[in-house]
Ligand binder design. Structure first.
Ligand code: GUN
Ligand code: ZN
Length: 435
């Protein structure tokens, strides 16, 4: 395959920006390029230097004056909830019982799962998202559909069949043993194939019996390189019911702690109402708290205190995510716009450099995938998004007053959506324009 030179205004983060003036935290090239071969970045930097190193006959994709960034990463979404998004009028537990659980029962049918998986990945790519950590339904067929589609598109994803054995309709429950057996079979079939990563996925403590959490822990002991994803401390009624179901645990986090489910590969959705002890436990274990702003606002769950978690004496590792279909948008730009507002309600401001770090390198580090995705560094996979800050009349007009990169990023975060995604490359291949 010919080498491909992707030209434009290059932005890739080296570290978490501490302020809007932290220019050491990123690499920016006004006339930059990424050279790609066999899905991997061979070189990135100034166009002149990168082009000089390209072999004869290389293909050029000239995206000037647009921005070129690593593809966005969504650290928590539910692919069986595409037809749940925008369901009116409920907080978490009623929303699950009235809308989400009935919808997820449809995913026993692999044809339905395949149909929705195709649409799910189409939508991610339309929004510049190249990696997702996703929940499937309880049915192993749904995970087959999810991984089959991701493999066909050569995408780097994390996913798992949800384990849930109680407090849900019979059509949506497994058993401790069947969840163990199905998960193990899925790991054997999919984990490590292509760019796929399996996550052991107990839905949350309300829908998993102690016996099932023990099975999840057994799987994590057998396969310690896997991710573990679940929900934690999203909503007050959820927390109260969880305390009734696990009366011996010190708190909600303490349940997952006691079963040995926490650690650097544990991804915990929401984490809104944590005590100091719980935050300390997450920090001590290196677990990741996943911020899902559109969901938290939509379901009225609460305000995730992002900057307090980052700046406390024992800081938390953080990720950000859509949480579709509790979340209301597939775009990581829309997600960080709402995140900015949540943080503002907590009396602080998240600077736009930190926002874009979060949805690229930050989320890659949170998912322990930064060796492969989340930057434009040579040797990593060529998952790339191209952004047009003048995509709409409103954006173009605002751009007339913009002077700095940080201002341009903030405009994109505040005003852009899928219309600003010019192209999404998956392992060097143009995937959005091919939809
Ligand atoms: N907690 C348990 N399951 C879910 C889910 O599907 N969405 C959200 N937002 N929270 C949950
Ligand atoms: Zn969720």
């Amino acid at each position: 395959m010919a080498q491909k030179l992707i030209r434009g205004r290059l932005l890739s983060f080296k570290a978490e920006p501490r302020s809007i003036d932290d220019h050491d935290a990123y690499l920016f090239e006004e006339d930059g390029a990424v050279l790609v071969e066999d899905g991997v970045i061979l070189a990135s930097g100034s166009f002149a230097e990168v082009a000089a190193g390209a072999e004869a006959g290389h293909v050029v994709a000239d995206h000037r004056p647009h921005l070129i960034l690593p593809g966005f990463i969504d650290a928590h979404a539910h692919f069986p909830q595409m037809q749940v998004i925008a369901s009116y009028g409920a907080e978490l537990l009623d929303w699950l019982n009235n809308y989400t659980f009935p919808e997820e029962t449809r995913f026993s049918d692999i044809q339905h799962g395949r149909h929705i998986a195709r649409l799910f990945f189409d939508e991610l790519l339309r929004n510049g998202t190249t990696t997702v950590a996703a929940y499937c339904s309880v049915h192993k067929e749904s995970a087959e559909a999810f991984f089959g589609e991701a493999l066909a598109r050569n995408m780097c994803v994390v996913g798992g069949k949800v384990m849930m054995d109680r407090n849900a309709p019979a059509a949506l429950t497994d058993t401790p043993q069947s969840s163990y057996d199905d998960t193990k079979a899925l790991i054997g079939e999919w984990h490590g194939r292509g760019r796929l990563n399996y996550a052991v996925t107990p839905r949350f403590a309300i829908t998993s019996s102690p016996e099932q959490l023990e099975m999840a822990a057994a799987l994590m002991r057998e396969f310690p390189d896997l991710h573990m994803q679940t929900h934690l401390s999203e909503n007050h009624d959820e927390i109260a019911l969880t305390a009734e179901l696990y009366p011996d645990a010190p708190d909600y986090t303490g349940i997952y702690e006691q079963y040995g489910l926490l650690g650097p590969r544990a991804l915990l959705g929401h984490c809104i109402h944590l005590s100091e002890r719980e935050a300390d436990v997450l920090s001590d274990t290196g677990s990741v708290a996943v911020f899902c702003p559109t969901s938290n606002l939509f379901l009225g769950s609460g305000l995730f205190d992002y900057l307090r978690y980052r700046k406390r004496e024992k800081p938390l590792r953080l990720a950000s995510a859509t949480d579709v279909g509790g979340g209301t948008n597939y775009s990581m730009l829309r997600t960080m716009d709402e995140g900015y507002k949540v943080i503002a309600l907590n009396g602080e401001k998240l600077n736009p450099l930190a926002s874009f770090w979060q949805i690229t390198r930050g989320n890659a580090e949170a998912l322990s995938l930064s060796e492969r995705v989340g930057t434009l560094e040579p040797g990593t996979d060529a998952d790339i998004v191209v952004l047009n800050a003048r995509a709409t009349p409103v954006m173009a007009l605002r751009m007339e007053r913009i002077e700095t990169l940080a201002e341009e990023l903030f405009l994109l975060q505040t005003l852009a959506d899928d219309r600003a995604i010019v192209e999404t490359y998956v392992a060097g291949e143009a995937a959005k324009s091919a939809l």
